[in-house]
Ligand binder design. Structure first.
Ligand code: AMP
Ligand code: GLY
Length: 422
């Protein structure tokens, strides 16, 4: 079959790399892709939210499967656009429906869903312009740290953790009254602060059945020892050493199963990847967030450990046959180290020439690169994700760090302590 993949980051390069290994995929197109995905298929200059152009391209190129990397087209309804028009399955989309994507697109929707299905998550209250003053008073009764979350998508920046009541009150006012995150913060979820260790579990579902993929942990802070500003993720590892069979079973029973069954009983169509952002508090898992897609950079460690043919799994999702599939996982450890532009996550410059090694023991996924006059140059904050497999995590990280010694671009920065706590 021919496949169209939407997106242009490191996650999408990992998708393209994995899809290209399948004998079930005849032609792979990536819209818009990056120089890394160009090595796995054909990049096409179509925007991720331009559903009409995607449709025209699919019809012209007999594409029967659309795989969606980022959340934006999902929240905008790419699943519904194609599924309503092509009910015969001529073009299937791997992803949640527009309503289901609200699990990521609206914190309030996600919280209400978890409450209805008794899924463990932090206690919360919700405020908007109509009860802002009540919110200010409510905050005065809370013990810091206080977690404030813009309801809508805010490019990963919508969560604020305040260390004092006064700061939380000022933030709440700024978010609601001054539209700090635009329409996304017209509504704000105020949440109990959970103290624990975070990890992520990924699930692929056809709406009835689901398969659990390897878990991962990402490193969100820019600085070593988990310090400094939040980023999109500076590295990731899989497996996560404290996530044993016992814990995974608990996550499955108390979180994954109730989520998939809850969606089904509410007739919310979900045929794609679910990202469970979890936190372990006194050995009990709680949901910090749902995402309606795979993680970035987690995909760059999850897919290299997945031995099963990804296209076979995706096809099974499209045809509601996921129960017939088996997930095979590589026992080895995977680590990815992000090479970022100097200054990221603040201001940084683009267009710096990148030198890559001819050969390497790592997989070098492109995140923010582009080709300029036949030269590979930087084109984003996160530039490359250098993934390695090893017999243990130390070995995997060491291989990535060695590979990085042979990569050069002006101002490059990476954390040397990915996997440091294991
Ligand atoms: P989110 O965008 O929901 O993933 O939140 C971003 C980050 O904020 C998470 O990865 C956590 O580190 C932190 N966070 C979110 N909610 C909470 C909470 N209730 N308690 C403690 N930390 C939180
Ligand atoms: N690495 C976090 C995310 O993909 O949301």
């Amino acid at each position: 079959m021919n496949i169209l993949l939407l997106g242009s980051g490191g996650r999408e390069h990992a998708f393209a790399w994995k899809i290209a290994q399948s004998t079930l995929c005849e032609k792979l197109f990536i819209a818009p892709g990056n120089p890394g995905t160009a090595a796995c298929g054909t990049n096409v200059n179509i925007g991720i939210n331009d559903f009409e152009a995607q449709e025209k391209f699919c019809l012209e190129n007999t594409i029967s499967l659309i795989v969606v990397g980022p959340e934006e087209p999902l929240v905008n309804g790419v699943y519904d656009y194609f599924t309503h028009k092509y009910q015969d399955g001529k073009i299937s989309v791997i992803g949640p429906s527009k309503v289901a994507a609200q699990l990521e697109g609206s914190k309030s929707f996600a919280k209400e869903f978890m409450m209805r299905h008794h899924i463990p998550t932090a206690a919360y209250r919700e405020f908007n312009a109509s009860n802002l003053e009540e919110g200010i008073q409510y905050l005065a009764t809370q013990q810091p740290p206080i977690v404030l979350k813009a309801d809508g998508l805010a490019a990963g920046k919508g969560v604020i953790i305040s260390q004092t009541v006064e700061e939380a009150q000022a933030e709440l006012r700024d978010m609601i009254a001054n539209a700090r995150f635009g329409a996304a913060s017209a509504k704000v979820v105020v949440e109990q602060f959970l103290s624990g260790i975070e990890f992520s579990v990924f699930v692929l579902t056809d709406g009835s059945n689901y398969k659990i993929l390897p878990e991962a942990k990402d490193y969100k802070r820019i600085g070593e020892g988990d310090t400094g500003l939040n980023t999109g993720g500076m590295g990731a590892v899989s497996p996560v050493h404290f996530v044993d069979e016992n814990l995974l079973q608990k996550v499955d029973k108390t979180i994954i199963k109730p989520t998939i069954e809850g969606l089904k009983t509410e007739n919310i169509v979900y045929k794609g990847f679910v990202y469970f952002g979890l936190i372990l508090v006194n050995n009990e898992p709680f949901v910090i967030e749902y995402n309606c897609r795979m993680g970035d950079p987690e995909t760059e460690v999850v897919f290299p450990r997945l031995k099963t043919d990804l296209v076979s799994l995706l096809q099974a999702v499209a045809t509601n046959n996921l129960h017939q599939e088996n997930i095979e996982i590589d026992e080895r450890s995977a680590a990815t180290v992000i090479m970022a532009s100097g200054g990221y996550p603040g201001e940084y410059s683009k267009g710096k020439k990148i030198d890559l090694p001819q050969e390497s023991s790592s997989i070098i996924f492109h995140a923010g690169t582009k080709e300029n006059a036949q030269e590979l140059v930087t084109n984003g904050g996160r530039v490359l994700a250098v993934t390695s497999l090893g017999n243990n995590l130390k070995e995997a990280v060491h291989t990535s760090l060695s590979t990085i010694q042979n990569i050069k671009f002006e101002g490059m920065y990476h954390r040397k302590d990915i996997g440091w706590e294991f």
